[in-house]
Design a protein around this ligand. Structure first.
Ligand SMILES: *Cc1c(COP(=O)(O)O)cnc(C)c1O
Length: 418
């Protein structure tokens, strides 16, 4: 996390000490680095520039309008999985021609909205979805550009809850049904089958799953073309891993080297859908220790951020490095559990973690919280969601206000009060 660095015992985001930000905006708060986001985008664009490639940022990883606008202004498109994400992407200025729509459960209303918006491609995940899309497109007098999302039965070698391209997952169309459904698609007058799509899971640190998927897909594309189905776009999904702890994920250049021979041979357009790669290391979650508690010989740092702010540790067994934002020089204590205030035993940020002695009132930075943290945040225990702050050089601004208690009850009503 290059844009989060130490200077004389204080952790900085770009040129701003995190302790100052905690003072100014309070805690819990998400702090994003503009430079980190831009750096990741440039690395991807640099590696993929020799391809006819659209980078569609996975909006579900981070859907803040300012983050989307930051990506849009650098030529990035969007991978969306709901009407709400389409609304956000369009509002942030992402051109519809750079938006692809994934997801297993697209509703009538969502398909109508996406058709009316003339998005680049629908990544269709079932025969019934294809059928529905076709009938809606017909009614609206539109042609729907379609890729079928294939379940290639490839093991992404990641957590069982985050593999998506394997037998037994709900995602995609079984390999064995693919040719039949493409043939059916060509018979539907308002469907234009032009792409093929996979998303294998996340985070993926090895190139091997992509190689396996490319072997399957390239054979399929050749067969489909031989049958007169003009596949011109290959969407390889997202899932590019990052370093949370000591992982050594492949680089965009290594990814480009892997895919080059396949893409050259197939002579097709390319789409990738990274989310975590762009955002994961680009933010921290700041939290203040409310209490230090000892219980049956164990030490708990009870923080003001919990699973409602960052659910990845309990949900996926995910590791996030955690550090005080000021080094005190105190030697590491015994391992501690870093937990939140929520009334659940699964409310933890880290368990059995070795870290310097900290005290009530200290600010901790939970590292690598830019992806799948705020977007998964909830109001459980009637806790207002944290604010989001975007740092750029010396300056910072609120890109989402901290919610208030009034926000919590917005839309609720009592009898007789409307
Ligand atoms: C979640 C998702 C992505 C993004 O995954 P990352 O690990 O954030 O890159 C891309 N495509 C689809 C279809 C997804 O569901």
């Amino acid at each position: 996390m290059n844009n989060f660095h130490w200077e004389s015992n204080r952790l900085f985001c770009e040129n701003v000490p995190l302790s100052d930000l905690a003072g100014e905006y309070g805690t819990p708060s998400f702090i994003y680095s503009t430079a980190a986001i831009c750096n990741r985008i440039e690395l991807l664009q640099g590696a993929l520039e020799s391809f006819d490639c659209t980078i569609c940022f996975s909006v579900k990883s981070n859907s803040n309008l300012s983050i989307l606008q930051c990506a849009a202004s650098r030529g990035i498109g969007a991978d969306i999985v709901s009407g709400g994400e389409l609304f956000r992407a369009l509002k942030a200025g992402i051109p519809p021609g750079s938006i692809v729509f994934s997801g297993v459960g697209k509703t009538v209303r969502e398909l109508e909205y996406a058709l009316a918006s003339s998005i680049r491609m629908f990544n269709v995940e079932s025969e019934s979805e294809l059928h529905l899309l076709s009938s809606i497109a017909e009614r609206m007098g539109k042609i729907a550009p379609v890729a079928l999302r294939i379940n290639p039965d490839v093991d992404a070698r990641t957590h069982q809850f985050t593999t998506t391209g394997k037998k037994g997952n709900k995602f995609g169309i079984p390999f064995t049904d693919v040719e039949r459904i493409y043939t059916y698609a060509t018979e539907l007058p308002n469907i234009q089958p032009l792409g093929i799509d996979v998303h294998l899971g996340s985070p993926i640190t090895s190139l091997e799953p992509y190689r396996e998927a490319l072997d399957v897909l390239s054979g399929l594309i050749i067969n489909l073309r031989a049958n007169g189905i003009a596949i011109e776009t290959l969407d390889l999904g997202g899932g590019f891993g990052i370093t949370y702890s000591d992982e050594k994920p492949f680089t965009p250049v290594q990814f480009a080297d892997l895919i080059r021979p396949y893409i050259d041979k197939l002579d097709c357009r390319l789409i990738v859908e990274p989310g975590r790669y762009i955002m994961g290391n680009s933010a921290v979650l700041l939290t203040r220790i409310t209490y230090v508690k000892k219980s049956y010989g164990k030490t708990f740092y009870i923080c003001d951020a919990g699973m409602n702010d960052c659910i990845r540790p309990p949900l996926y067994d995910a590791y996030h490095a955690i550090t005080p934002v000021e080094k005190t020089g105190t030697a590491p204590a015994e391992p501690v559990d870093i937990v939140g205030p929520i009334c659940e035993s699964s409310d933890f940020l880290a368990k059995g973690r070795e870290m310097p002695v900290a005290h009530a009132g200290d600010i901790l930075a939970v590292m690598s919280c830019g992806a799948y943290c705020f977007t998964m945040a909830s109001n459980y225990n009637s806790r207002p969601r944290a604010c989001e702050i975007l740092v750029n050089g010396d300056s910072s601004r609120v890109i989402r206000e901290r919610e208030t208690w009034e926000d919590l009850v917005r839309g609720e009503s009592l009898p007789g009060t409307g």
